[in-house]
Design a protein around this ligand. Structure first.
Ligand code: SAM
Ligand code: SF4
Length: 353
């Protein structure tokens, strides 16, 4: 029962409908989008307990036999790149650094698809001790999640007093060349007053800060549209200390962050307005969970069990077809503003953000 409460869906689909799908190897969907960006969650475990993500006691552990192994993850990543048109891969979780075999996962992927950029989203705890090894394994970039540089605020938000470790992780990552480092901060009402300090800190450290609107994906299910901090509110707060000029989506139209030049540039702050200015129409993500489920969207409960297919001895062509079907059935959008919206059963920490 508890698994369902905190977000592991019960129903999984094995045979996705492929009606009307064009004859292409790429991960296309019914709305003309093509998935090129693979997010691989490798664990549900985490060193922090961010209030908008995890329950205080952590997520229920995935039984060992259900967790994808290093070899399975590498096989699926390589297949996604070679057969399905995936162009970049990001490891996430839970906290990817909680897996001691992360370096082997990265190295295994890098050896077989060396041209594909491999990156990681991390809270930075312990990164100080792993960054060099990860670079040697083939990791190119990290996004570090950091919501505030105020020690008390950090402890309150993450339920752990580990700000120093997170900051040390960011600094080491920069020293070893895991650049450019992007810092992600989720917008919460009690850290909003420190948002300008966080931006100031990131400017000083040469990190690109991106604020993210809180999504209804937390384990406590306390998110409310009426109470969430919006991108517009954040701009007002930052505007009291900085002059911000809209720079648009500079690098890539499918990149979710809208850029704002800070005090005339060249520094930029990004805002990912997932809720109030959704960008589902240009989403290019496909997802693999730590227990081997394919997902086309953070918000859909539709999952396809690739672990079972893989372990039943399926060849690459069979797995690739399952993946294509999973993506062909992707929803148009998250529908947060629609009447009757219900958050997905699996929460952010169990999907991988
Ligand atoms: N532990 C790693 C970390 O924190 O970066 C990776 C996993 S975490 C689930 C990935 C990203 O999701 C983080 O940037 C985190 O801030 C974000 N996130 C978690 N819960 C969220 C929520 N309810 N709304 C928006 N972003 C969320
Ligand atoms: Fe852990 Fe990342 Fe979730 Fe925070 S956001 S609890 S660091 S998985």
């Amino acid at each position: 029962m508890r698994l369902v409460e905190v977000g592991i869906p019960k129903v999984r689909h094995r045979g996705p409908a492929l009606d009307g799908r064009p004859d292409t190897s790429d991960l296309v969907d019914r709305f003309g989008r093509v998935a090129r960006d693979l997010r691989v969650s490798i664990t549900e475990k985490c060193s922090l307990r961010c209030v908008y993500c995890m329950p205080e006691e952590g997520l229920p552990p995935i039984p060992r036999e259900q967790l994808l192994t290093v070899e399975e993850i590498v096989r699926l990543v390589v297949l996604a790149v070679r057969e399905l048109g995936v162009r970049e891969v990001r490891f996430t979780g839970g906290e990817p650094l909680m897996r001691h075999d992360l370096e082997r996962i990265v190295a295994g992927c890098h050896e077989q698809v060396p041209e594909t950029p491999l990156s990681m989203t991390t809270n930075g705890i312990g990164l100080q001790h792993r960054a060099r090894g990860l670079v040697a394994a083939g990791l190119q970039r990290v996004n570090v999640s950091l919501d505030t540089v105020d020690r008390e605020g950090f402890a309150r938000l993450t339920r752990r007093d580990r700000l120093d470790s997170a900051l040390a992780g960011i600094r080491t990552a920069r020293e070893v060349g895991l650049a450019p480092i992007k810092v992600n901060a989720v917008l919460m009402r009690h850290t909003l007053t420190n948002a300008a300090d966080l931006l100031q800190w990131c400017l000083g450290e040469g990190c690109e800060l991106r604020f993210i609107e809180e999504m209804p994906l937390g384990a406590d299910r306390e998110w409310a549209r009426s109470n969430m901090v919006t991108a517009a509110e954040l701009l007002d707060v930052l505007g009291t200390r900085f002059t911000l000029t809209e720079a648009g989506r500079r690098e890539d139209p499918s990149a979710p962050a809208e850029g704002w030049l800070v005090d005339g540039g060249p520094a930029v702050v990004g805002i990912i307005a997932t809720v109030t200015r959704n960008f589902c129409g240009s989403c290019d993500r496909t997802r693999l969970t730590a227990d081997g489920m394919l997902r086309s969207c953070l918000f859909s409960d539709q999952e396809f069990d690739v672990r079972q297919v893989l372990r039943s001895g399926a060849d690459d062509a069979e797995i690739a077809n399952l993946w294509r079907g999973a993506m062909w059935n992707k929803w148009a959008g998250h529908g947060i503003d629609a009447e009757g919206f219900a958050p997905p059963e699996r929460t952010m920490g169990a999907i991988g953000g």
